[in-house]
Design a protein around this ligand. Structure first.
Ligand code: ACO
Length: 445
C-alpha cells in the first residue's frame, strides 16, 4: 500500500491525517505517514521505509508476538485489565452457568447461538460421529504401554487425515462442516482411549445414548457394568471445565493451528499441531505444577516460608499470574465454584485447604498486589481433575478436548479470511555468509 504523503519534509511526504503515525527515519531524514486502524499499523507499511530502493525496507522484531496482531478475529474477546472473557460477545460467566459445552461449541464455530433445530441437528451429528475407524484403534494399540496420552492424541488426531482424505477440500463449506463435526465428536474417543491404554484396560466404545460429557466419562471409567452412570454434578463440572477452556483467542496452540492451517492443509493436521503446542509445559501444563507445589508445601504452617521463598525469587507461585489478565482470571472464579460441586461428590481434596490459605495470604501480600498477580485458571483446575482420579498426564488431554471447538472456530475463520496469507515470518540472519566449502576428504586429512 502507498503511504499517504502530502507535506514536503526533507525529500519524503507526510499527511495531515490524525489517524496515522508519523515516523522519521533519522538515517535519511525522511518522514512517513503510516495509517492507524484498530489501534495497529500494518507491519508491511514499514517496508516503504528504506535507505535506498535496492535494500529491503524496515521490519519489526517481535519474538513471541508480544505486540503483534496476527489476525482479525470475531471469535473471542479478552480484556485482561478488567478480567473479561467473551465468546462471540457472550460473557464466559453466563455461558458456564446457563449453557452447555456443545451449545458453546456451536456458538464458537458458527458465530451465533443455535435455533432449536440447529441445536438438535448439531447434537445429533456430534453424537453419531463419535466412533472411529477400527484401524484407528489398532493404530493406538501399537503405542508403548507407557505412552503419554498427549502424544497418542496428537498422533491419532493427525492420523485421522488419512481416514478422511477429502478433508483437504478446505474451500468447500459442506466438507469443512463435516470435518469439524467429526473432530469435536472423536476427540473424547481418542482422549479416553489414550487414558485406557496407559492403564492397560480395554478401550470402551462410545455410547450414543449418553450426552457428550457423560459419554466421555463412560469411555474413561466404564468396566463391566451395562451402562456407566456418572454423577450429574460431576458431568456438569466437567462440562463447565470444557466451556472454560473452549477458546482463548490467539494463544500458543491456536496460533499453531492457524499457522499450520495457513498452508491450506486439512484441519486434522492443523489441529494436531495445536495439540503439540498445548503439550508444552508453558502452555497446558501449569495445573500439574500447582499440584506438585501444594504437595510440597504439605500443610498450612509451611505457607509463610514458601511465600518468602517466592518473594526472594527462589521460585514462582504456580497458578498465579497471567500474561493478559492483570486483575483476575474470570475462569478461576468459576472453577473455584465448580470445586465445591465436585468435592461434594468425591470428598474434599486435602490440598484444597492449603490452596485456599495460600491464595488468601498471597492476595494480601504487597509483592503480589504490586505485580498484579492473581490466581489463574490453573490454580484450582488440577485439584478438580485429581478428584476425578485423572493422573496428571491426562490434564492436558482434557484441555485439548475443551479447546477443540475454539481451534476449529479459528481455523474456519482463517479459511474465509481474504486478508490471510501463508504464515511466514521474517528473520534477522545472524549466521556466517559466503564461506567456501571444503570437501570432507580434504577437511579430515
Ligand atoms: N509467582 C511469583 N512471581 C511472579 C509470578 C508467580 N506466579 N508470575 C509473575 N511473577 C513476577 C515476575 O517474577 C515479575 O517480577 P519482577 O517484575 O520483579 O521481575 C513480575 O511478576 C511480572 O512477571 P512476568 O514473568 O513478566 O509476567 P508474564 O506475563 O511474562 O508471565 C506467566 C505470565 C508466565 C503466566 C507468569 O505469571 C507465570 O509464570 N505464572 C506461573 C505459571 C502459571 O501459573 N502459568 C499458567 C498460566 S494460565 C494458562 O496458561 C492456561
Amino acid at each position: 500500500m502507498d503511504l499517504q504523503r502530502t507535506t514536503e519534509c526533507e525529500g519524503a511526504l507526510v499527511s495531515d491525517d490524525n489517524n496515522s503515525l508519523t515516523v522519521r527515519d533519522n538515517r535519511t531524514g525522511k518522514e512517513y505517514d503510516i495509517p492507524i486502524a484498530d489501534g495497529t499499523i500494518k507491519a508491511a507499511d514499514l517496508g516503504a521505509i528504506k535507505l535506498n530502493d535496492d535494500e529491503p525496507g524496515l521490519a519489526t522484531y517481535d519474538p513471541g508476538f508480544v505486540n503483534t496482531a496476527s489476525t482479525k478475529s470475531a471469535v473471542t474477546f479478552i480484556d485482561g485489565d478488567k478480567g473479561i472473557l467473551e465468546y462471540r460477545g457472550y460473557p464466559i460467566e453466563q455461558l458456564a452457568e446457563k449453557s452447555n459445552f456443545l451449545e458453546v461449541a456451536y456458538l464458537l464455530v458458527y458465530g451465533e447461538l443455535p435455533t432449536k433445530e440447529q441445536y438438535d441437528s448439531w447434537v445429533h451429528e456430534i453424537t453419531y460421529h463419535t466412533f472411529v475407524h477400527e484401524n484407528v484403534k489398532g493404530f493406538m494399540q501399537g503405542f508403548r504401554y507407557d505412552a503419554h496420552p498427549m502424544g497418542m492424541l496428537m498422533a491419532s488426531v493427525g492420523a485421522l487425515s488419512t481416514f478422511y482424505p477429502e478433508a483437504k477440500n478446505i474451500h468447500d463449506p459442506e466438507n469443512r462442516h463435516i470435518q469439524i463435526v467429526r473432530m469435536i465428536s472423536k476427540m473424547p474417543t481418542l482422549g479416553a482411549w489414550a487414558f485406557r491404554h496407559a492403564q492397560g484396560k480395554p478401550y470402551v466404545y462410545p455410547d450414543n445414548e449418553l450426552s457428550y460429557t457423560e459419554n466421555f466419562l463412560s469411555m474413561l471409567f466404564k468396566m463391566s457394568e451395562l451402562r456407566f452412570e456418572a454423577d450429574p454434578r460431576l458431568v456438569k463440572a466437567l462440562d463447565v471445565l470444557f466451556i472454560l477452556h473452549a477458546d482463548h483467542e490467539q494463544n500458543c496452540s491456536t496460533n499453531a493451528v492457524r499457522s499450520v492451517g495457513s498452508s491450506q492443509v486439512d484441519p486434522y493436521s492443523a489441529v494436531a499441531a495445536g495439540v503439540g503446542a498445548l503439550f508444552g509445559p508453558l502452555h497446558g501444563g501449569a495445573n500439574e505444577a500447582v499440584l506438585r507445589m501444594l504437595r510440597r508445601i504439605g500443610s498450612k504452617e509451611n505457607i509463610p516460608a514458601f511465600i518468602e521463598g517466592v518473594k526472594n525469587g527462589n521460585e514462582k507461585l504456580m497458578g498465579f499470574g497471567h500474561r493478559v489478565y492483570k486483575n483476575f482470571d474470570p475462569r478461576a472464579t468459576i472453577i473455584k465454584k465448580a470445586c465445591d460441586d465436585v468435592f461434594e461428590v468425591t470428598g474434599v481434596n486435602p490440598l484444597l485447604a492449603i490452596a485456599q490459605e495460600l491464595e488468601k495470604i498471597a492476595l494480601e501480600d504487597e509483592y503480589f498486589i504490586k505485580r498484579r498477580l492473581y490466581p489463574n485458571v490453573d490454580f484450582y483446575s488440577g485439584l478438580i481433575y485429581e478428584a476425578f482420579q485423572f493422573p496428571p498426564e491426562m490434564f492436558t488431554v482434557l484441555f485439548a478436548i475443551g479447546r477443540t471447538p475454539g481451534w476449529l472456530a479459528q481455523w474456519l475463520e482463517l479459511t474465509q479470511d481474504t486478508e490471510q496469507k501463508i504464515a511466514r515470518p521474517k528473520q534477522i540472519y545472524t549466521g556466517d555468509r559466503k564461506l567456501t566449502f571444503v570437501p570432507a576428504s580434504e577437511r579430515w586429512k
